[in-house]
Design a protein around this ligand. Structure first.
Ligand code: IMP
Length: 177
């Protein structure tokens, strides 16, 4: 019987850091409007909290890409399952990601989004696992740098489970298989 995820970042710690990130984002975009693009499904909890603390005007859009499925290692193949609902030309686009692991997904997405000629393109990620980097992607806003562990909660899942946990936790090895 797999054990419950063991807490790595508490709900209070996340809440504090998300407010700090929102302040950083608001300062960077002062005087401008943002199109926040959440990468589903993982970013939905983080994005919902982040945008509620922004002090600049924001419109929310979403994309869904698949590169992982239920597997634990990214194959580096990224496919759009659905795209944003508006042109991004001349907009200040902020991509919102739950976790940057190898960087392959974001590297592909940045290349793709640049072809849409936004006024600016930045990335805000809740978590970063630098030990797993395969492609360097400049991250403009990062919540937490974490060790090479498979984490769940606060939007992140393993095989569809645990997205609703209020904290970020590490799953046991047997849960990952
Ligand atoms: P990358 O392309 O390897 O950077 O993969 C990024 C995506 O992999 C994230 O958006 C997650 O969906 C998934 N992922 C990577 N590491 C984890 C993890 O520790 N827990 C849950 N999902 C993860």
């Amino acid at each position: 019987m797999p054990s419950d995820p063991s807490p790595l970042i508490s709900a209070e710690g996340i809440s504090r850091r998300v407010r700090e990130l929102a302040a950083e984002v608001s300062k960077t975009y002062a005087g401008n409007e943002i199109v926040a693009v959440g990468i589903l499904k993982g970013a939905f909890v983080f994005m919902a909290d982040l945008v509620r603390h922004l002090t600049v005007p924001v419109s929310c859009d979403f994309i869904r890409v698949s590169s992982y499925g239920d597997a634990k290692t990214s194959g580096g193949i990224v496919r759009f399952e659905f795209d944003v609902t508006q042109p991004l030309t001349d907009k200040h686009v902020l991509l919102i990601e739950d976790i940057v692991d190898t960087g392959l997904t974001l590297s592909y997405l940045c290349e793709n989004f640049r072809t849409r000629k936004p006024a600016s393109l930045r990335i805000c990620a809740l978590l970063h696992k630098p030990a797993r980097t395969r492609v360097e992607v400049p991250l403009d806003f990062v919540g937490f740098t974490i060790p090479d562990k498979f984490v769940v909660g606060y939007g992140l899942d393993v095989a569809g489970k645990y997205r609703n946990l209020p904290f970020v936790g590490v799953v046991s090895e047997d849960e990952k298989t």
